[in-house]
Design a binder for this molecule. Structure first.
Ligand code: GRF
Length: 195
């Protein structure tokens, strides 16, 4: 926790791999009056990821990590998390699986956003599977990260209807909009219930 203007803020690192719309929405959330969070570091495993531009534009420290050697990559990440006094990690479209080492060091301090109503549709290609299975509802989930994929305790979930004429792309688009709204709300809830 960092004291800014006499108020305590949760210091966050956001991990991304691509587009970064959830990062963008978290940055906007952090800039709100009386915000409870500060984004101190963006970590990305792909130097061509568009999302990095949101960090640049907002003058947020960012780190590109080469994952050729996962152990080395994670050690570099850990050093930088420590250096930046990170309280909470927010995974936002981060396509690498964290090892038990990081998960244990930041136990109950790592959140992820997943584009389905967990525990349904863990893993990749969620929207395609939702459409194929003719689900009536889909949505997104923010959850704590443990060592099993997409399986940690749910912090917040938001449900939307799947329309009859939806395909995986139209559904993905609507779920993403909901994700961008849900992640900041989940952090607010996390702060209320965990700190
Ligand atoms: C989101 O759909 C998120 O749920 C998933 O990856 C996507 C990332 O989107 N884990 P963006 O990079 O935040 O735009």
């Amino acid at each position: 926790m960092e004291k800014l203007n006499g108020k305590k803020k949760l210091v966050i690192s956001v991990f991304i791999s691509g587009r970064g719309t959830n990062l963008k929405s978290l940055i906007e959330f952090s800039k709100k009056k009386n915000s409870q969070i500060k984004i101190a570091l963006v970590i990305c495993n792909d130097k061509s990821a568009k999302g990095i531009n949101y960090a640049k534009k907002n003058k947020i420290n960012f780190l590109i990590v080469n994952y050729k050697n996962k152990n080395k990559a994670e050690n570099k990440i850990l050093v930088n998390l420590k250096k930046n006094k990170i309280d909470l990690i927010c995974l936002a479209g981060f396509m690498k699986i964290l090892s038990k080492k990081i998960i244990n060091i930041y136990k109950n301090k790592i959140l992820n956003i997943h584009p389905s109503l967990l525990p349904k549709y863990k893993g990749l290609n969620t929207h395609k599977r939702v459409i194929e299975n003719k689900e009536k509802y889909s949505g997104c989930t923010v959850h704590l990260v443990n060592s099993k994929l997409d399986s940690g305790k749910i912090v917040l979930q938001k449900k939307i209807k799947v329309f009859k004429n939806d395909n995986e792309y139209s559904l993905a688009k609507r779920v993403l909009k909901i994700e961008n709204l849900t992640y900041p709300r989940a952090i607010r809830k996390f702060i209320k219930t965990n700190l």
